[in-house]
Design a protein around this ligand. Structure first.
Ligand code: ZN
Length: 138
């Protein structure tokens, strides 16, 4: 893992939170808003210097974010790490005994291949692996 790619924050109302985080970072708004239909979520992204924050809102009654907020409320949801080769990293973590939430990388928001590590196998922290999708592969 090379660096923190972004921190994901679960929110109830993406529009309201976009306004809030725009004030916090003193910017016009998120640089990207994207719906990931397969995951039932809407996301927005903010840059703050070299760092990136992702806001995530559920769009269904039974999506992972809505369930998370019902259980624990809004707040930090996951930490994403940038990896050079997501398949190699998934194989390595699996061999180390971590539980992955999918066997194959999935197409996530902001042009990334992603895979999540179950929080139960990482001290309660939901870890996301992210690999930038190469321009030629999209
Ligand atoms: Zn994320």
């Amino acid at each position: 893992m090379r660096k923190i790619e972004h921190i994901g924050i679960a929110v109830k109302d993406l529009d309201e939170s976009n306004t809030l985080f725009s004030s916090l970072f003193n910017v016009e708004g998120p640089y990207k808003i994207e719906e990931v239909e397969s995951e039932g979520v809407k996301t927005s992204f903010f840059k703050n210097g070299p760092n990136k924050i992702e806001l995530v809102q559920g769009t269904k009654e039974d999506d992972a974010i809505t369930k998370y907020i019902t259980k624990r409320g809004e707040g930090i949801h996951h930490i994403a790490f940038d990896v050079a080769d997501i398949r190699a990293e998934m194989a390595r973590l699996k061999a180390e005994g971590f539980t992955l939430l999918s066997d194959e990388p999935k197409k996530g928001a902001d042009n990334k291949w992603v895979c999540f590590v179950h929080p139960k196998s990482a001290n309660g922290v939901l870890i996301e692996l992210c690999q930038e999708i190469a321009a030629s592969a999209t």
